[in-house]
Design a protein around this ligand. Sequence first.
Ligand SMILES: Cc1ncc(COP(=O)(O)O)c(C=O)c1O
Length: 392
Amino acid sequence: MRYKRRKYFMAGRINLIQRSKIRELFEKARRMKNVISLGIGEPDFDTPEIIKEAAKRALDEGYTHYTPNAGIPEFREAIAEYYKDFYRVDIDPDNIIVTAGAYEATYLAFESLLEEGDDVIIPDPAFVCYAEDAKISEAGILRIPLRPENGFRMDPDEVVELVTKRTRMIVMNYPNNPTGATLDKETAKAIADIAKDYNIYILSDEPYEHFLYEGARHHPMIKYAPDNTILANSFSKTFAMTGWRLGFAIAPGQVIHDMIKLHAYIIGNAASFVQIAGITALRDKRSWDAVKEMREVYSKRRKTVLRYLNEMPHIEPFRPKGAFYVWARIDPELDMSSEDFANWLLENSGVVVIPGTAFGKHGEGWIRISYATKMDLLTEAMERMKAALEGL
Ligand SMILES: Cc1ncc(COP(=O)(O)O)c(C=O)c1O
């Protein structure tokens, strides 16, 4: 038999996932001058000095080798201590794996738990990686709509309606990217009960837990369903450490074992000196002082953005109590899709926002504005946006 020569080979699996649909918008923005991006999903702050110093010291002290796959024991203990101090939850360090950010934690959960024939419930809108991770795992995806009238919380009754004997996992993410919504204790408990009753795992991705406003509190799902929750968390947002790639997952017995097994063949371990710096981040009061300062700055920016948006015609913000995003509804009378609106705004004001559809089809009619941008640029962007919208 003769084979047709192909230039290169690839697994069909890779075609299941997509690169971000908003690349074109960013490409267009790159070709323009004087653009302000409110599209960014990472802190504009530098990592607190105390954490950087700890990493430098660790390098000098010889933390340049492999570590145990699950992470340095003292770091896993520090993570367990942190949950005890902040949330009064007892975690065994053996149930913790240190990962390369929450991205890896999430990927490990999908790949260890799901396969063809299983279903996973994913909110819509939601952060982009869950659906793509689900596709690689070949699980079926059920999207559950999040609505402004529920404060973008998952409705437990709707969750139950989607559950079948194929359902293996429910994804949650509070404080939420893209809506900025937070979770209330009642919803947390109700979804925990569903997970327990139907024997389903919850993947709870909680990297924005320290960015809360107007008295909102965080409710880690592990508190309500410890035997069913895989908690993904990260140092990226809390300590402005996106480039360090440091995160972790907490999961029950067999699950953590399987996640560690997979992780051992992907990255082996998170960088050793980065883990040592992570211990300082969690245990040194000065790093928490820095988190407090960042939260206060975000809080001022949030108020500014909301004040501006409330004054603008044709746009209506949801009042977020968490993260560093504002989710805003485009006036339906404009008859513009989210993508049209984001393009129009870029062309007419030089401001980049993310079209809501980047996060799922229920994001249609909405945009995401990030306020992880310095105040002067943020105000300038708001002025420009206001002028463009007033000119319509
Ligand atoms: C909800 C959510 N989860 C996970 C991540 C990935 O974060 P990390 O840098 O920890 O991999 C992000 C980053 O934007 C996020 O918004």
